[in-house]
Design a protein around this ligand. Structure first.
Ligand code: SAM
Length: 286
């Protein structure tokens, strides 16, 4: 089958099946071969790999993945796309299509059945309305993962890879960087999609750490502290933590921990690195 990665072929398939885009599913299909080559290169797919694709749409990227990988499982929520995928992917015998909401699927079981429980690679042009639940769901679960290479809103990609001192730095940066090393692979303009999204996009690869880069006594406390620190951006760290409902430390305990961390009382959360947040969490856990 001819590749779908151009506007003419995409329009032809959409017309053949009288497909109507569903806004609620975040459907913006890729129509640019150059961008697809970049995604496959960034994901470093080899013939050894088992790949999970989230939201294959009409199968444009799936064709590229099927050629590069050993095996691909593509999970698509929209039942109207299933007959189209069966057609556009009929030439590949290493692709399995599952009609399901990816957030409801047992991915650890899938990795076990299809990849002997070995780490898999996730590649997707994500539906933007559920970017964070999908990515954090993958990292926080017990799914064995090598990397997650995804198209996301450009603004979200910037937040995922930001460090202290950047305006984009926040709870999402720290949550992602606790689990994975981010690499911004490409910026992608709106005209590479059909229909065009309202925002710019970017491809980011998140390579999962085998062990988190920091060790803490209480992981839940670390994330509660991070959330509280960025909830009230213009407040000092001390006030942010004192006002947080989910934390139960006194003002004095917080002040003492910040002092022992070697930070001034006026420090703001956005100045702290992941390592410093981890040390603060351990000081407060004591
Ligand atoms: N991969 C295709 C491409 O690049 O042309 C389509 C990408 S489009 C941005 C996102 C796809 O995810 C759509 O096909 C949409 O129907 C699907 N989708 C949306 N929510 C989903 C969910 N919860 N589970 C699985 N697929 C979903």
């Amino acid at each position: 089958m001819e590749k779908l990665s151009n506007p003419q072929k995409t329009i032809e398939i959409l017309k053949k099946y009288q497909f109507n885009f569903q806004k609620k599913f975040g459907q913006n299909f890729l129509i640019d071969a150059h961008v697809l080559d970049k995604i496959i290169a960034a994901a470093e797919i080899t013939k050894e790999d088992f790949v999970l694709e989230i939201g294959p749409g009409i199968g444009t990227m799936t064709q590229y993945l099927a050629e590069a990988a050993r095996e691909v499982t593509a999970v698509e929520i929209d039942k109207n796309l299933i007959p189209i995928l069966e057609d556009t992917l009929s030439a590949y015998d290493n692709v399995q299509i599952i009609n399901e909401d990816v957030l409801k699927l047992d991915l650890a079981k899938l990795a076990k059945e299809r990849n002997g429980g070995q780490p898999m690679k996730v590649v997707a042009n994500l539906p933007y309305y559920i970017t964070t639940p999908i990515i954090m769901g993958l990292f926080e679960s017990s799914v064995p993962l090598k990397s997650v290479t995804v198209m996301v809103q450009k603004e979200v990609a910037m937040r995922m890879q930001a460090g202290p001192g950047s305006k984009d730095y926040g709870a999402l940066s720290l949550a992602v960087q606790y689990y994975a090393k981010p690499y911004l692979a490409a910026n992608v303009p709106q005209n590479c999609f059909m229909p065009r999204p309202n925002v710019g996009s970017a491809v980011i690869r998140l390579t999962r750490y085998e062990e988190p880069p920091v060790k803490v006594k209480d992981e839940k406390l670390l994330f509660a502290i991070i959330r509280a620190s960025f909830n009230q951006r213009r407040k000092t760290l001390q006030n942010g933590l004192s006002n947080a409902q989910e934390l139960a430390f006194s003002k004095e305990e917080i002040a003492e921990a910040i002092e022992r961390l070697g930070m001034p009382a006026s420090v703001r959360g956005e100045a702290l690195t992941l390592e410093e947040f981890a040390r603060l969490a351990d000081l407060l856990a004591e």
